[in-house]
Design a protein. Structure first.
Length: 154
């Protein structure tokens, strides 16, 4: 798997991916992302529309990006009404704070900014169903807004 969106000089060193995978596991339908893919709304929405109930994002975010880390984790969970699990490195000016966010955008569990920690968190996928009935974002989604032609139409 490769991340689709490359950050900065990564474009000079790596080849971008072409897919946002969602895999069926015994824990539910899981979307897989790498780092910067979480900073844009489309990857998580695509995975939600593919049926993801949980998105796992493996990242390497710096302290200057700390605020965005929290906003992106919570926003992606809420806007797509699913669980977001983000793992982020610590030390060397990295912001740590690996976390699990619920489909309501609330942080369920969060690790330290400075120390390695293992987060063990029980989640209930029925909560995704419950929250999707309260926040019908995916049901109300208009496919034609997801195209470049939408710039002219709307």
């Amino acid at each position: 798997m490769r991340k689709v969106y490359l950050w900065g000089d990564e474009k000079l060193k790596y080849r971008a991916g072409e897919k946002y995978p969602v895999v069926s596991t015994k824990f539910g339908k899981v979307g897989l992302q790498i780092c910067y893919d979480m900073e844009l709304p489309e990857p998580s929405r695509i995975q939600a529309l593919k049926g993801a109930e949980i998105i796992l994002n493996v990242s390497y975010w710096s302290m200057p990006a700390r605020t965005r880390w929290f906003i992106d984790m919570r926003g992606n969970a809420l806007f797509n009404v699913l669980f977001m699990s983000g793992t982020n490195a610590v030390k060397d000016n990295l912001c740590g704070s690996s976390m699990i966010v619920g489909p309501d955008g609330e942080i369920i569990n969060r690790a330290s900014e400075t120390e390695q920690e293992l987060l063990i968190t029980e989640i209930d996928l029925d909560y995704v169903v419950e929250m999707r009935s309260k926040f019908p974002y995916l049901n109300d989604f208009k496919e034609d807004t997801f195209t470049m032609e939408a710039l002219n139409k709307y």
